[in-house]
Every structure is written in structure tokens, then in C-alpha cells.
Design a binder for this molecule. Structure first.
Ligand SMILES: Nc1ncnc2c1ncn2[C@@H]1O[C@H](COP(=O)(O)OP(=O)(O)O)[C@@H](O)[C@H]1O
Ligand SMILES: [Mg+2]
Length: 258
């Protein structure tokens, strides 16, 4: 899988990312690439630096050193609509609860402008069709007109993924997207992200608490420990030794050393 992707385009390139809080490096000299169609899982114990890394990847946090490139463009230089190339999926879904599923997905067409502008704006027919197609792909076409807060957690996260897809992004960044979901709903969400990567060629980078989920859905694992990258390997080589490097002798976060 990874060998076949050696020649595919890089969607995300992180180079030497370092971010320090009060003299303590939350992440230090982190470099890696996510290629077209690739699903990369970021693993590591609590406090390893995953969220800090993801905030740097989405431009929410400026690193002290290093750079982030999306399709070879430095994100510092991506403004306005170009920022749509990075779609973010959050642990808590971040939908507008009183809006319909469809209106939440349409917000994805606006990129990163405030949602209230989307609420006031009228979308054209092409945008509406695209939003409906995205809802269909996450299996929620019938719920298009339903208020977001009447959907289950798993359905809300699938709306959030449809919203991400409606951005037509190069990259989807998801920090713990299944941490608030029950196992079945979580598996459904990861399966969707995997399918989007493979079908649309989007790069997906996703932090996970559970190693077995990375093994099931990811192509590659990037492992962080105390702010440093200690693993960067195809998922098939993420063995017990690699597991020990990340979580020490503990069983990790989910008692899943196998
Ligand atoms: N805004 C902040 N201010 C101070 N320290 C922070 C801040 N954000 C993260 N940290 C520290 O950086 C380290 C990594 O945290 P984080 O990126 O949240 O890790 P993870 O997501 O892997 O649990 C931790 O030691 C955390 O306390
Ligand atoms: Mg975190």
C-alpha cells in the first residue's frame, strides 16, 4: 500500500514543527508527510503532543519553528477560500445545533468564515446539490432537513464529515474524532474517513486513542511520545516493539497490546 503511494502527491508536509509552552516543548522537531489517498493515524499517550500538533496543522496555533505545507503551499500563505483545502473534524462535532443537517453541510462551502454568514447567505443550486450528495455519501440523505441536535452522536459526526467533504479539501484533519462515540458509531466514522481517502484521494490525518482502530483503518502510524516523533511506519509494521516504544509497559489507553 505505502510503496504504491511512494509516487503519489503529498497532501500534507510537516517540517520540523516545534512548539513550546512556558519552556516546555509540547512538540519538538516533528516532520512527516501524508500523501494523496493515505490515512495516517497519530498515536501516543495523553500529553504526547497530538492536539498541539493538530492545532499547528490547521493553522490554529503558530509553531515556534517549522512549517506546514498543503499541496506544497505553505499554510501561512493560504488565505480566504484557499483555506478550504484543509477540512477539520472535531471530537465534539461542532455543528450548529438548531440548523438542519443540510445547512450545516452548506457551511462547508464557505470555508472558514463565520457560520452566521452562511446562515444569512443563500446558496446556489450547485452548492445545494453538492451538499446533498455529501449527505448521501455519509448515509444521511433522509435526515437532510432534520435539526442537528436531534441526531445521534454518530450521525452528527457523519454530518461533520459531509461538511468536510463539501469543502472539497485536499486534507482532512481529525483530532480524536471518535472519542465521544460508542464503538459501533466510531467504527462507522473511521470507515467513512478511510473510504473518502481512497475514493477521493484526500489525505486524512486522524489522532486515535485506541491502537486497534489504527490497525484496522490506517495505512500508516505516526507515534508521538513526549513531544517527539518516535514512530513513522506502515501500519503492518506497527508491532509490539513499536507499541512498547509508545506506551512503555502499560497496555496503552485501551488495554490493546495485541
Ligand atoms: N495552551 C497550553 N498551555 C500550556 N501547556 C500546554 C498547552 N497546550 C498543551 N500544553 C502542554 O503540551 C503537552 C502536550 O499536550 P497535548 O498537545 O494536548 O497532548 P495530547 O493531545 O497528546 O494529549 C502537555 O504537556 C500539555 O500540558
Ligand atoms: Mg489531545
Amino acid at each position: 500500500m505505502s510503496i504504491a503511494r511512494m509516487n503519489t502527491a503529498p497532501r500534507l508536509t510537516a517540517v520540523g514543527l516545534t512548539r513550546t509552552f512556558k519552556g516546555h516543548a509540547a512538540i519538538q522537531d516533528i516532520s512527516f508527510t501524508v500523501r494523496e489517498g493515505e490515512f495516517v493515524a497519530v498515536l501516543g499517550p495523553s500529553g504526547a503532543g497530538k492536539t498541539t500538533l493538530f492545532r499547528c496543522l490547521t493553522g490554529l496555533l503558530a509553531p515556534d519553528r517549522g512549517e506546514v505545507r498543503v499541496d506544497n503551499d505553505d499554510i501561512v500563505r493560504l488565505h480566504g477560500r484557499a483555506r478550504r483545502r484543509i477540512a477539520v473534524v472535531f471530537q465534539q462535532f461542532n455543528l450548529v445545533s438548531r440548523l438542519s443537517a443540510l445547512d450545516n453541510v452548506l457551511a462547508g462551502r464557505l470555508g472558514h468564515v463565520p457560520v452566521w454568514r452562511g446562515v444569512l447567505r443563500r446558496f446556489d443550486r450547485a452548492d445545494r446539490l453538492l451538499a446533498l450528495e455529501c449527505l448521501d455519501r455519509v448515509g444521511l440523505l433522509r435526515q437532510a432537513m432534520q435539526r442537528a441536535d436531534t441526531l445521534s452522536g454518530g450521525q452528527q459526526q457523519r454530518v461533520a464529515i459531509a461538511r468536510a467533504m463539501a469543502q472539497r479539501p485536499s486534507l482532512i484533519v481529525a483530532d480524536e474524532p471518535v472519542a465521544s462515540l460508542d464503538p459501533a458509531a466510531g467504527a462507522g466514522v473511521l470507515e467513512l474517513l478511510q473510504r473518502i481517502a481512497r475514493t477521493d484521494g484526500v489525505g486524512v490525518i486522524c489522532s486515535l486513542h485506541q491502537v486497534h482502530l489504527a490497525r484496522t483503518y490506517a495505512d500508516r502510524v505516526v507515534g508521538l511520545s513526549q513531544g517527539r516523533k518516535v514512530i513513522d511506519s506502515p501500519v503492518c509494521r506497527f508491532d509490539e516493539r513499536a507499541f512498547g516504544k509508545l506506551y512503555g509497559n502499560s497496555a496503552g489507553n485501551d488495554g490493546d497490546p495485541a
